[in-house]
Design a protein around this ligand. Structure first.
Ligand code: ZN
Length: 327
């Protein structure tokens, strides 16, 4: 199985590399110039021994290389725990270098994947697969959709993805907590952003890693969303003891505002699109509806809103207007 996956991953990797090299051939001499792409990752200490690696508040571009996600690492007594691994192999390598520079000589004992979206797990390749862990459903989602996600990322960010292949975690999480290297982490098995979203709490510092169940000042993404389930998960998170939240995208959150903002946005999105579908607006007309003033300062809100209309509108129309069975 593993060999099969590696072979497949290798084959599209070579195909993409060839396409990318073709695109960078010099018009005058025909020689090929390799791009020198480097992620400029910075570790920001958000709690004692806990560093966030903030991504840009953007969508995937050829310029940002998919570095739009918040990754984190935590120094525990015997090593390092990592939350999400970034969008590419190259990112994973840069992350490992940053960890080694920040916490020299300590081994990575655990890598959590919060969910199966590509910016959260395509850096897995640089870690020992046996220390990468996620709920079984996240693993299943990666096995089912990882190839397609990686393929799409090659199209979106190009050469940054060179050599990247989707690697599923080697360990399925089960318990409600685990001790890693002398530190206890609580695990919460939620869903709604996708069919499986892992939330992790470092019980010593109280930092809650929400994955993409919470966004803060960066518009939520909805390609696999089930809005009602997502809202229930936000209520669960809201009731958890914590000191601060590191959302999957956007700013760190000391007050819980990321939960309120995400819930408010999803409520507006779902209600607004349901009303639009019920009143017979076309998808294009729904896309042209104004985003409320309170959301307009949120990064990439206009483009994410339009992407959400594409993801959600046909389903909403089908739910609201079932086919009439004429006999
Ligand atoms: Zn996501």
């Amino acid at each position: 199985m593993k060999n099969n996956r590696n072979r497949r991953a290798g084959s599209y990797s070579r195909r993409h590399v060839l396409q990318l090299l073709a695109g960078t051939a010099c018009a005058c001499c025909g020689s090929v110039h390799a791009n020198k792409l480097a992620y400029d990752l910075t570790a920001t200490e958000i709690a004692s021994g806990t560093w966030a690696v903030h991504g840009r508040s953007e969508y995937f571009t050829l310029e940002n290389g998919g570095n739009i996600v918040n990754v984190a690492f935590i120094e525990v007594p015997d090593g390092v725990v990592v939350v999400d691994s970034g969008p590419s192999r190259r990112y994973g390598e840069a992350l490992l270098q940053l960890i080694e520079k920040t916490v020299p000589g300590k081994p990575v004992l655990r890598v959590y994947n919060t969910h199966h979206h590509p910016d959260h797990f395509l850096g897995n390749q640089v870690f020992d697969r046996t220390v990468i862990a996620a709920p079984q459903q996240v693993i299943d989602n990666i096995l089912a959709e990882g190839d397609g996600f990686a393929d799409n990322m090659y199209r979106l960010v190009g050469d940054w993805m060179r050599g990247t292949a989707p690697i599923a975690p080697g360990l399925a999480l089960e318990g409600d907590s685990e001790e890693i290297g002398g530190r206890k982490f609580s695990l919460f098995y939620l869903s709604g952003h996708t069919s499986s979203d892992l939330v992790i709490r470092d019980d010593q510092t109280g930092v809650l890693f929400s994955g993409d169940l919470a966004f803060y000042n960066r518009a939520p993404t909805t390609p696999h969303a089930q809005i009602e389930v997502w809202q229930e998960s936000l209520q669960t998170i809201s009731a958890l003891d914590r000191e601060l939240i590191l959302p999957g995208h956007g700013l760190r959150d000391d007050s819980g505002a990321s939960i309120e903002q995400t819930a408010d946005y999803l409520d507006w999105l779902h209600r607004g699109l349901s009303e639009a579908a019920a009143s017979g607006l076309t998808m294009n007309e729904a896309m042209a509806l104004p985003v409320p003033a309170r959301f307009q300062s949120i990064d990439v809100v206009q483009t994410e809103y339009q992407r959400s209309v594409v993801h959600m509108y046909l389903t909403l129309e089908d739910d609201l207007m079932p086919l009439i069975d004429v006999k």
